[in-house]
Design a protein around this ligand. Structure first.
Ligand code: NAX
Length: 328
């Protein structure tokens, strides 16, 4: 029998946690033959709710689930973590300025980064879901100097999946026939979903669509504002789709991208495509053997350049703000 993989999930009692944990336990995160041990981190007042979710996990009798630990101490929850899913965050509430939001999240992600640094397994892979995800990932990464920076990633896969479906609907092509879509930049309304390198049933997506007005005025804003549209419709933010994207992100990172295709991940920039080094920004990446690489050599046209630059500028401003707050 294989040694179980330790998967730490923060914000385990929240709505994404509720959609995520059952899929991890049933083998969708790492594979149908990989046993897992769940380590749940919650704040003290939510421990009881986390225990309730753990009771339901027990009641599923998942063959792969080797145990569940619950804690309100990051040093305990990240102990031996091979995969860390940082979902819990401080949401923006009415009247809150960006500086307040970043500061409140710094209070969460800095100690968690430190705990990962001190207690996680050597091979730890970190995915930050909690918003502002890219900058929260930067804060955690900066607090973990002993962990290779590239292990800290942020979730852009929900945006990527949203873009896939919009393009699939527009072109009447199944999702499986769409390749090489890219999300660039920040997980925010400035993100840029790029179809200029994408293919639809083997043909250039931009040529198949052939409608720059749709691209600029429909596709890009629909993908970028989808989160708000879900809140408007559902009365609550995306949860099952976010959990699904977290599963996809880690599964792809561990098991690889398909030949000839790529995905989108928020990762520390190496300076590629003019994105300042160190910013955690979304890039087109291929994954193999548990490692990712930025897809190099893509032509970036004027339409794309302006939008990538705008999103990267926002990330730089967030980085400046957390620097000013002493969080990185
Ligand atoms: P919920 O409010 O339902 O759950 C969050 C949970 O985190 C709560 O149970 C809370 O007690 C816990 N928590 C708070 N501080 C914590 C800490 N210091 N340690 C451990 N747990 C802590 O939110 P939910 O809908 O689950 O969303 C979670 C986060 O995902 C939010 O920040 C949200 O903005 C973000 N999202 C990110 C997305 C992305 O694509 N990157 C998309 C979906 C989602 O909006």
């Amino acid at each position: 029998t294989r040694t179980p993989v330790n998967v730490t999930v923060t914000g385990a009692a929240g709505q994404i946690g509720y959609a995520l944990l059952f899929r991890i336990a049933s083998g969708h995160l790492l594979g149908a033959d990989v046993p897992v041990r769940l380590r749940l981190l919650e704040i003290t007042p939510a421990l009881k709710a986390a225990e309730g979710t753990a009771m339901e996990l027990d009641d599923c009798a998942f063959p792969l689930l080797q145990g569940i630990d619950i804690s309100d101490d990051p040093n305990v929850a990240f102990d031996g973590a091979n995969v860390a899913l940082l979902v819990g965050a401080r949401p923006r509430t009415k009247g809150m300025e960006r500086g307040d939001l970043l500061e409140a999240n710094g209070g969460i992600f800095k100690p968690q980064g430190r705990a990962i640094n001190d207690h996680a397994a050597d091979d730890v892979k970190v995915l930050v879901v909690g918003n502002p995800a890219n900058t929260n990932a930067l804060i955690a990464q900066a607090a973990a100097p002993d962990v290779p920076a590239e292990r800290f990633t942020s979730m852009m896969r929900l945006d990527h999946n949203r873009a896939l479906t919009q393009l699939s609907k527009k072109t009447g092509t199944p999702i499986t026939e769409i390749k090489r879509l890219t999300i660039w930049g920040n997980h925010s309304a400035t993100q840029y979903p790029d179809i200029f390198h994408a293919t639809v049933a083997g043909k250039s997506a931009a040529e198949v669509v052939n409608d720059e007005k749709w691209l600029a005025e429909d596709f890009v804003p629909t993908v970028a504002k989808r989160g708000a549209a879900i809140i408007e419709a559902r009365g609550a933010s995306s949860a099952a789709s976010a959990a699904n994207a977290a599963i996809d992100h880690v599964h792809t990172w561990v098991n690889g991208t398909a030949e000839g295709d790529w995905t989108s991940m928020g990762i520390p920039s190496d300076g590629s495509y003019g994105v300042p080094e160190g910013l955690i920004s979304s890039f087109p990446v291929t994954c193999k053997d548990g490692k990712y690489e930025i897809v190099q050599g893509l032509d970036v046209n004027e339409f794309s350049r302006a939008r990538i630059d705008a999103s990267v500028k926002e990330l730089e401003e967030e980085r400046e703000a957390v620097r000013g707050l002493g969080l990185i």
